[in-house]
Design a protein around this ligand. Structure first.
Ligand SMILES: *Cc1c(COP(=O)(O)O)cnc(C)c1O
Length: 410
């Protein structure tokens, strides 16, 4: 997908707008399956919270992907988009038992991440196969907001609780068919990941009826030049060899599952917004875009970096800018960015806007959430309209607090 295509889409469909390149999603999917080509039963379960448009889900299904879900509604969307329930895994955290039961009724695989829930579920439904989420306490990466395997994390059952876990399984007679971990979103060092995998293998030995081992995600993609990226090919080689050895020891070929979100969709996404104004202050030059953290919150929420380019004047002289939004709070997309000279009306593009961008968008400041486009076979397809005024009013009810006008004397 080229910049001229993005510009044409902005002009045809209006802005701000999200654009997803289907080929990039396909090539990332292929990279992952190629890296693990030695694995007989490889299951890629796309973590749909990254980007949940039903057409994106359908694209994933068409490639053979399954789904990783975190809410009942995600499971329902997955079914609606064409997934069969046996290709959906539900990995919630802190949800009610009734939500878990609703997902079981839809036929999806459940993954339980705390002992109290496991015990209650096992008592009520000893026959339903359950995957357990283990917290191996491995610190992956440095950002504690997106690193979820460390000791104080709310995710997973601690490896130190395995004896208690085994007791629950024995007492309830429940069937554990999978073990799972998800250490976080920043795997910079494969050795750290492999270390966590060893802990999972060790745990897996305690269960005789396993069908799969799920290694979660944490694959890092580059957001800016010089960023370290998870070496998928190297990980594929090392983990496959280790996995085969484990299966031999275990006595049976198991399926190997992953649940990548960011890896599959981050780089495929482009967010485009026009510039409403360029404002010189004593300390910087602000480029004010026609958007804000209502559309793309990651930079403000956890300091993530999105490359910003000027689509309208790509050859312009580079100058330093702070790119900000229109929300009535500080909403800086990037400060001190060198960008080709920006004029009012230029279109800026934010890269890596596929994962956790639209899916975190809101109506804050009573603004509409933007349209979404998928670029497929050299053509743009609208997969979500921009919202309109009716959407803002939807589900609201106006109660009038005005005094009734006094009836005029006859
Ligand atoms: C969010 C999440 C993922 C996906 O993480 P990425 O960093 O986007 O790949 C995978 N598994 C679970 C359980 C998650 O919560």
């Amino acid at each position: 997908m080229e910049n001229k295509d993005l510009l044409a889409i902005a002009q045809e469909f209006g802005t701000p707008i999200y654009v997803y390149d289907a080929d990039k999603i396909r090539s990332q999917y292929k990279r992952l399956t190629d890296a693990f080509a030695q694995i007989g039963q490889l299951k890629i379960n796309y973590a749909m919270k990254a980007l949940s448009n039903i057409s994106i889900l359908n694209l994933m299904a068409s490639m053979g992907s399954g789904l990783d879900t975190v809410s009942l509604q995600e499971v329902q969307l997955g079914l609606h988009a064409g997934f069969s329930p046996d290709r959906i895994i539900f990995t919630p955290n802190g949800v009610s038992i009734s939500e878990i039961e609703a997902v079981v009724n839809l036929g999806a695989q459940i993954n339980i991440d705390n002992l109290a829930t496991l015990e209650e579920f096992g008592n009520r439904h000893p026959k339903v196969p359950v995957c357990i989420r283990i917290n191996p306490h491995v610190m992956a990466g440095g950002n504690s907001n997106i690193s979820v395997g460390h000791i104080d994390s709310k995710f997973g059952i601690s490896i130190h609780q395995i004896p208690h876990l085994l007791r629950i399984v024995e007492n309830t007679g429940m069937n554990i068919n999978g073990v799972h971990m998800h250490t976080g979103s920043d795997i910079l060092d494969i050795e750290v990941f492999l270390h966590a995998a060893e802990i999972l293998f060790e745990t897996a030995k305690s269960f005789k009826n396993l069908e799969f081992i799920d290694f979660g995600s944490g694959f890092k993609v580059p957001y800016k030049e010089g960023d370290i990226e998870t070496d998928i090919e190297e990980l594929g080689k090392k983990l496959s060899t280790r996995f085969h050895a484990f299966c031999e020891e275990y006595g049976r070929e198991l399926a190997l599952a992953f649940e990548p979100g960011k890896f599959l969709v981050s780089q495929a996404g482009h967010f485009i917004s026009p510039v409403n104004g360029v404002k010189q202050t004593t300390s910087t030059v602000f480029a004010q875009v026609d958007s804000g953290f209502n559309h793309l919150i990651r930079p403000m929420l956890y300091g993530s970096y999105h490359e910003i380019e000027n689509l309208s004047n790509p050859e312009g002289k580079k100058r330093f800018y702070s790119v900000v939004g229109y929300i009535c709070e500080t909403d800086t997309f990037g400060s001190n960015r060198q960008i080709a000279e920006i004029s009012e009306g230029d279109y800026l593009v934010f890269r890596n806007a596929g994962a956790y961008c639209f899916s975190m968008a809101s109506n804050y400041n009573s603004r509409y959430r933007p349209a979404e486009i998928i670029w497929h076979n050299g053509e743009a397809h609208l997969i979500r309209k921009q919202e309109n005024f009716d959407d803002l009013l939807h589900n609201q009810k106006l109660i009038s607090f005005h005094k009734k006008p006094e009836t005029a004397p006859v």
